[in-house]
Design a protein. Structure first.
Length: 432
């Protein structure tokens, strides 16, 4: 086995999205020389100018600028070249699901092929991308072996350490959350742990295998999905009984063994609506994991039904959705509940308007809806408002100019019910 080198300094970060760029910038500010690799030439150009293409991530722009100034962070679209210059490779390329909820390996398969072409003996490869259990070893480790003619655990090291961060606070989470690390063998685990201690200065949780580390990340997401589905189920029942579910949750969670999450119009993002299928598609069927997915994806339909039960048909009604993003203050549409709302409203033949301060009119129009500024006179003709993402810009929103609005469906239970009712507008929340 290749001797363990404790002075590894060159790191290739493959994938410079929100998490990848943040990791690269943190590593580059903690004593490592970082080569970022991404297939997007605009991202590469931005990083090489010392600029972050990721916005609304506190501290990231300064880290990228510092690393650029000290020449510890550069970017390239040639992944193999970046890997060939590095002793450590961190892979954070997205794995998503297609319309049939099958795992889509398109991007990461290309990345691993390129990694295998550039890898040299003694390199440590760490996957941070959330993966189905067994993929680090059986899909990607074997792929690297096949292309490079190197043997995993002997000629190169292999580890898995899932990203566990939250958009808009990634740098903070990297400091505060323990890093779960699993290795192909003891040497892989030892090098990976040593790297993260130096690169992130965080606590570590070393687990017994690659598969344990992979499983742990998906289990986190399944827990949250199931908990939210429970909250949504209770919220619908609370609606039947005339009970306020936010008040119930606050009371229930005062007991230390209760940790009810919050209901809503749906669940979006790269994690919760996607990763449960990494279990479901590998055999965890007909149980809570699959049922939770069904419950949460049907909340948009439940919201539309609540509106119709209050004001009647939505045929040709002017409906304004607040928030294209999957959650508040994040410019990202992956699996956004708004997309489900749009589909339901089109079936009802409603006139759909959409406002999101994080997106341009052109970006919104791509979803075949009408962008609407809150300063537009057209707001006086809106019949229905649905709050999907409670951006900070909506916190002080005054609804008095929505003179024709008959109902506001608060999909996040975040608006002021009393002020809305005082305007003569019906307020409906989820279990509220």
């Amino acid at each position: 086995m290749t001797e363990i080198n404790q002075t590894l300094k060159n790191v290739a970060v493959v994938g410079l999205g929100k998490i990848g760029l943040t990791l690269a910038a943190v590593f580059a500010n903690n004593g490592f020389n970082v080569y970022g690799a991404d297939i997007n030439e605009e991202v590469v150009a931005s990083v090489n100018q010392g600029k972050s293409h990721v916005k609304n991530e506190p501290g990231l722009e300064q880290l990228v600028e510092n690393a650029h100034r000290h020449r510890t962070l550069t970017a390239t679209s040639n992944t193999s070249e970046a890997v060939s210059q590095s002793e450590i490779v961190v892979v954070i390329v997205p794995v998503l699901i297609d319309e049939q909820n099958n795992v889509d390996y398109c991007f990461i398969d290309q990345a691993v092929e390129a990694i295998a072409k550039g890898i040299k003996k003694g390199t440590l490869v760490i996957f941070e991308t959330t993966l189905p259990t067994g993929d680090t070893r059986n899909r990607f480790g074997k792929k690297i072996e096949d292309v490079s003619n190197l043997i995993a655990g002997e000629d190169f090291y292999l580890a898995y350490s899932p990203e566990r961060v939250y958009s808009n606070r990634i740098i903070e989470d990297l400091k505060n959350y323990p890093k779960v690390v699993g290795g192909l063998n003891e040497a892989s685990l030892k090098i990976a742990s040593s790297f993260y201690q130096k690169a992130l200065n965080c606590n570590l949780i070393e687990v017994s295998s690659l598969e344990t580390a992979e499983f742990s990340k998906v289990a986190e997401c399944v827990y949250r999905d199931v908990n939210i589905a429970l909250a949504n189920e209770l919220a619908k029942f609370a609606d039947q009984k005339g009970v306020n579910i936010p008040e119930v949750i606050a009371a229930s969670n005062s007991q230390p063994f209760s940790n009810l999450h919050f209901p809503g119009v749906g669940v979006g993002g790269h994690c919760i609506p996607i990763y449960p299928y990494f279990f479901i598609n590998r055999g965890l069927k007909n149980g809570l994991t699959q049922l939770a997915r069904e419950v949460n994806d049907k909340m948009s339909d439940y919201a539309i039904t609540k509106i119709e039960n209050t004001i009647g048909s939505l045929h040709h009604k002017n409906v304004l959705i607040l928030g294209l993003a999957f959650r508040e203050n994040v410019k990202e549409t992956t699996k956004s509940s708004t997309l489900l709302l749009i589909d339901h409203l089109k079936q009802k033949q409603a006139n759909i308007f959409l406002n999101d301060p994080l997106f341009s009119d052109n970006e919104i129009a791509k979803y075949a809806v009408t962008p609407l500024s809150l300063n537009d006179k057209m707001i006086s003709k809106i019949d229905v408002i649905i709050l999907q993402a409670f951006h900070k810009q909506y916190e002080s929103l005054d609804f008095k100019d929505f003179i024709n609005c008959r109902i506001i469906l608060d999909g996040r239970n975040s608006l002021n019910k009393e002020l809305i009712n005082q305007l003569g507008i019906r307020y409906k929340g989820i279990g509220n």
